[in-house]
Design a protein around this ligand. Structure first.
Ligand code: NAP
Ligand code: MG
Length: 490
């Protein structure tokens, strides 16, 4: 085996509860794999309802007793900053673990995910000292003011596509606002979250403030959603599970924020810088192997530019480097699991059967004889009514749809139950801003794709969910407001 394929990793494969690593109450474990090698990486303790209960109790205790509730906002800020620093100090190792476990290219995990996760903690470190209530000029002899308070124990349930980054998106704002957290990572990718547990401890986060319980959705996840001691659930994942969580959370009327799927339109007008738009279309769908909620999976292209654009696009897509995810030049890694690969290949069959034209890719590829790789696939001649244009595939599959004019583009773009993101490519500034207003999506990119920043809100319209993560907006997801009335009469 070449050095690049070596798999040794140093992670404590145990639950992190009350500041300690421990086995599951059931003593069960589950296998975590490397999808690029189809090989076993390590066994991890399998948390279930009893462990979630312990974790919630630890989080409740940490919320009301001990150092956390007494800590000043400035101290909390320094702690978050330190976590960000430690993520950067350990970035090589964390990126390597992420890549081994998820299959994403090391270029992505090291250059994008890790810096973005650290930036999220650094960003929210700055907010801790800037969260405050207000005084309100009420009539009569009263003083009225508000307190902005944390919710208590927050449950975070995250997917496998950006395991560490999604943990950061949930933890940083929850901690900045003084909450405590129980995090359930995705069953496929619990490793960087457990490594993060070590970092939290090293940074000096008090025991129980963050608890991490790997396990399965229907057991550990559902127990967290139903637990009466949990005030809020922050979920990122599929729309189907999002709906289920909403139903289950109603039993205890938990607060919810849901970041769900997408089928985002990437709209290219004939007057765009076509070379930039080709690069944007490639990044839009093939970044992260297409396992990205905001993937530009529907390419809407103006009829008059179609042929020239497709020629450049197909050429570029067919040259993308599929390879060992640990190799720095690899741009297409392995899909996260055999199940995900089969799901993606099933959609490619569906596209063929529905009469779309597969112009490149779409077959399974192997690297050194192994791995759940799929060659970047582009379908031409797709109609919005086809399954491959309607459903979230979550893989490297692009559906190309033609349009006549701005009106037609917007109509087709919005013809979806989702509304996570959209992009438009044009040199016409009016057209760009008119499109940005008309698109039903939580994020619109003009002449770029996939840009995100910890300071800028992210979230969905329509069935892509609700609540805005990141930026100042996320503070609302993790706080509640209390109105205090003081009688000042003599
Ligand atoms: P998923 O089932 O929605 O998983 C997301 C998270 O929810 C995981 O931690 C999962 O646990 C947990 N979960 C599942 N059922 C639950 C329940 N009843 N109660 C509480 N938590 C529960 O997504 P997936 O199975 O990983 O992927 C399926 C499809 O979802 C993908 O093909 C893709 O289309 C979509 N997806 C979207 C996003 C996004 O960012 N929008 C992310 C991932 C996947 P387990 O890991 O044990 O299932
Ligand atoms: Mg699942």
């Amino acid at each position: 085996m070449t050095p690049a394929l070596q798999q040794e990793i140093q992670v404590t494969g145990k639950l992190f509860i009350g500041g300690e690593f421990r086995a599951a109450v059931s003593e069960k474990t589950f296998e975590v794999t490397n999808p690029a090698r189809e090989s076993h990486l390590m066994a991890v303790s399998e948390g279930a309802a009893a462990d979630i209960d312990l974790a919630v109790k630890a989080a409740q205790k940490a919320f009301s007793e001990g150092p956390w509730p007494k800590m000043s906002a400035a101290e909390r800020g320094r702690l978050l900053w330190k976590i960000g620093d430690l993520l950067l100090e350990n970035a090589d190792e964390l990126a390597r673990i992420e890549t081994l476990n998820n299959g994403k290219p090391i270029f992505e995990s090291r250059q994008i995910d890790l810096p973005a996760a650290a930036a999220c903690f650094h960003y929210y470190a700055g907010w801790t000292t800037k969260i405050h209530g207000e005084t309100i000029p009420v009539p009569g002899n009263f003083l009225n003011y508000t307190l902005r308070e944390p919710l208590g124990v927050c449950g975070a349930i995250i997917p496998w596509n950006f395991p560490l980054l999604m943990a950061a998106w949930k933890l940083a704002p929850a901690l900045a606002t003084g909450n405590t957290v129980v995090l359930k990572p995705a069953e496929q990718t619990p490793l960087t979250a457990l490594k993060l547990a070590e970092i939290l401890r090293q940074a000096g986060l008090p025991a129980g403030v963050v608890n991490i319980v790997p396990g399965f959705g229907p057991t550990a996840g559902a127990a967290l959603v139903q637990h009466p001691g949990v005030a809020k659930i922050a979920f990122t994942g599929s729309t189907e599970v999002g709906k289920q969580i909403m139903r289950e959370a109603s039993g205890t009327l938990k607060k919810l924020s849901l970041e769900l799927g997408g089928k985002s339109p990437n709209i290219v007008f004939a007057d765009a810088d076509l070379d930039a738009a080709v690069r944007g279309a490639i990044t839009g769908i093939f970044y992260g192997k297409g396992e990205v909620c905001m993937a530009g999976s529907r390419l809407l292209i103006e009829q008059s530019a179609h042929d020239a654009f497709m020629e450049k696009l197909v050429e570029r897509a067919s040259k993308m480097a599929i390879g060992d995810p640990l190799h720095p030049k690899t741009r297409i890694g392995a899909l996260v699991s055999a199940a995900q690969m089969n799901k993606v290949l099933g959609y490619i069959d569906a596209g063929n059967r529905e009469g779309a034209r597969l112009v490149t890719g779409g077959e399974r590829a192997l690297v050194d004889g192994k791995g759940y790789f799929v060659k970047p696939a582009i379908f031409d001649g797709v109609a919005n009514s086809m399954k491959i244009a309607r459903e979230e595939i979550f893989g490297p599959v692009l559906a190309t749809i033609e349009f006549r004019d701005l009106h037609d583009a917007i109509e087709q773009a919005n013809q979806t139950m989702y509304g996570l993101a959209a992009a438009v490519w044009t040199r016409d500034i009016k057209k760009a801003h008119r499109a940005a207003r008309a698109l039903q999506a939580g994020t619109v990119w003009i002449n770029n794709y996939n840009m995100l920043d910890a300071a800028s809100p992210f979230g969905g319209y329509k069935m892509s969910g609700f609540g805005r993560e990141l930026g100042q907006h996320a503070l609302d997801l993790y706080t509640q407001v209390k109105s205090v009335w003081v009688d000042l009469s003599e």
